[in-house]
Write a new protein. Structure first.
Length: 416
């Protein structure tokens, strides 16, 4: 393995700057001129995230004719986008990325000359207005739906076009920076980041018992038989992990590498700040993990703002307090539009969420397609209740078929 230092690797990424030519040939007016008043969910404490988006203005990008979102609370750690397929969730995320990061990737991702994007954000205590990434916001990473492929370890995380900050959000063949290469370097150089990042990944994935370095040259993963079990399987490599684990390790690893590069003075992930965009947060994950992910990411990165799209209601069940919910609508006349849904979801169960303005299903949509008798639809809240009621019905039927007297313990069930 090469003796290249970790700093050398980071410097190569930091200095890589592909030459691109702008596709803009006409001037356009500033969309946002004056800083807006800060809005908080919690007016008592008024604690802003270090980096948080305050308003968004997009014109003439893909299917977006003109849409604007204002008064986004600066203490909103999570902004969720939902909407039907092909309605434009990805386009909105891409436009936000362009507004924040700007010209570096513009040759590949902008096609409309008249495209105008402006973002107002809070940036470490200072109000900043970016227009097509001028000035460029640097504490920023973005991920598309494809999050399984990491760079070959032997490439030592050297920068290429497919590794740039926003490439994966606009292309299906993006590659993530290799956290295993950094773990090896940190381990061999006794860098404290090794134990810190290892502990972070294990916290994210409690079904992993350990992450180890084998023969000073390979990272291996030891899985538990079940989440709380002391029984473990034989060590395996990254490629043999389930896709959900690979996706999580790849994305969180890439996120840590980029934030560490941007903020070299920070060691603990809790001290990292910035904005993260994730398209299709729910992809590759079991519903249990879809619910856990917002909770875990909030604990590990409490100073990072996450802006994510999802087709699934499950991540909403894990939505932290002070989350913003955006619905992406689309019609021929107005194009793609952003609508903020101001409802309190903390006390809503899945059926209520599905029929809320966030997802817009009606009652008929919640019925099983092969149900033939509406009176037979089960309305219990959990499957445990379904089983309990079935057991009670069976006991009643057995009692009615017998000549016995009504027993006092007819409805008693074994503790589960």
């Amino acid at each position: 393995m090469s003796t290249m230092s970790s700093n050398d690797s980071l410097n190569e990424r930091a200095t890589f700057n592909p030459v691109v030519t702008t596709c803009f040939t006409i001037p356009f007016p500033r969309l946002l001129i004056d800083a807006s008043k800060e809005v908080f969910f919690d007016d008592t404490y008024q604690t802003s995230l270090p980096c948080a988006i305050k308003q968004i203005h997009i014109e003439n990008y893909q299917g977006i004719i003109k849409t604007r979102l204002t008064a986004i609370p600066v203490d909103a750690q999570w902004i969720f986008l939902t909407g039907e397929n092909s309605f434009g969730k990805t386009s909105v995320l891409q436009a936000i990325a362009i507004g924040l990061f700007g010209k570096q990737d513009k040759k590949r991702i902008l096609t409309e000359e008249a495209c105008q994007i402006a973002i107002e954000l809070k940036n470490n205590g200072v109000n900043q207005i970016t227009q097509l990434g001028k000035p460029q916001f640097t504490h920023f990473v973005a991920y598309g739906p494809s999050r399984l492929e990491i760079q070959n370890q032997h490439a030592q995380n050297k920068m290429s076009e497919k590794l740039t900050t926003t490439y994966g959000l606009f292309n299906v063949d993006g590659i993530l920076l290799n956290i295993e290469y950094e773990l090896l370097l940190w381990y061999l150089t006794k860098n404290p980041k090794y134990e810190i990042v290892k502990a972070t990944l294990l916290k994210l994935m409690p079904s992993l018992a350990d992450i180890q370095i084998k023969n000073n040259s390979e990272v291996v993963y030891i899985e538990r038989e079940s989440e709380n079990s002391d029984n473990v399987y034989e060590p395996i490599t990254f490629e043999k992990l389930a896709s959900g684990y690979r996706s999580l390790i790849a994305m969180i690893g890439d996120m840590l590498i980029r934030f560490y590069e941007q903020q070299p003075q920070v060691i603990e992930p809790k001290g990292l700040s910035g904005i993260v965009l994730i398209d299709e947060l729910d992809l590759h994950f079991h519903p249990k993990w879809q619910r856990k992910l917002p909770i875990l990411l909030s604990e590990i990165f409490p100073q990072v703002q996450f802006i994510v799209s999802t087709h699934s209601l499950i991540p909403f069940l894990g939505a932290p307090k002070n989350s913003v919910f955006l619905k992406v609508n689309r019609n021929q006349a107005a194009g793609i539009q952003l609508e903020r849904i101001n409802i309190e979801i903390k006390n809503l169960l899945p059926n209520s969420l599905l029929t809320s303005p966030i997802f817009d299903l009606d009652g008929e949509d919640l019925k099983q397609e092969n149900n033939e008798n509406i009176s037979e639809v089960r309305t219990e809240e959990t499957y445990d209740e379904v089983q309990l009621n079935d057991e009670i019905k069976a006991r009643l039927a057995a009692f009615e078929a017998s000549d016995r007297d009504f027993p006092d313990d007819l409805f008693e069930t074994d503790a589960k």
